[in-house]
Design a protein around this ligand. Structure first.
Ligand code: HEM
Length: 173
């Protein structure tokens, strides 16, 4: 398949840049199974489906997109895409994401084995973003013993301290 961004016939499958090896366990197409759990003190608990694409094009970074859907109607919900970079010769990670809700954020943290823990370093938002505004975000990704990817997201808003918002397990497809 053409995965370097060029259209055929110029495409070629790029070799993985060795510097992203510590994050290679995240690569792939992943589908929520079971549906994800959404919670927050201000919200009714909800479920969601999510399709995740984590790829590379030979550069020293991962490219990602997370696309959430309503579990019953299958209507698109939250979407975000961006990049995950590693500081050379370290386990320091930077995560850059643009979200369809009008948030653009940078998170930083560390990868240790098959676990990535990151927290927001800066968050920008559109001027007419809905209230309450998110003030801090923390995420944990890990590959569990069954070879499934898990993501947990916590956030602090203008009305709530740091509290879990999402937990989801994905199966590789
Ligand atoms: C609500 C942030 C990802 C579904 C909210 C709220 C915030 C927020 C600030 C309002 C909370 C309140 O009213 O007190 C975020 C951030 C995310 C994220 C920063 C990613 C880092 C997701 C994902 C889904 C989702 C992946 C999956 C469908 C919802 C729903 C609500 C909500 C259904 C309640 C209704 C609504 O406000 O649209 N989120 N969210 N969120 N979020 Fe998220």
């Amino acid at each position: 398949p053409c995965s370097n961004g060029l259209v055929a016939p110029d495409c070629e499958t790029p070799k993985m840049n060795p510097s992203i090896e510590p994050l290679s366990w995240m690569l792939g197409t992943w589908l929520s199974e079971p549906p994800g759990d959404g919670i927050y003190p201000t919200l009714q608990p909800f479920h969601y489906l999510e399709e995740v694409h984590i790829t590379h094009v030979g550069q020293p970074m991962l490219n990602f997109s997370f696309n959430a859907f309503h579990p019953d109607t299958k209507k698109p919900m939250h979407r975000e895409c961006g990049f995950i970079r590693l500081k050379p010769d370290s386990n320091k990670v930077a995560f850059v994401s643009a979200q369809n809700t009008g948030i653009v954020e940078v998170e930083e943290g560390e990868v240790n084995g098959q676990e990535l823990c990151i927290a927001s370093h800066s968050i920008a938002r559109i001027s007419f973003a809905a209230e309450p505004r998110v003030e801090q975000i923390m995420r944990k990704f890990r590959l569990n013993a069954e070879g499934r990817l898990e993501q947990t997201v916590s956030m602090a808003t203008t009305t709530q301290p740091m509290t879990q918002h999402l937990h989801i397990t994905y199966k590789k497809v």
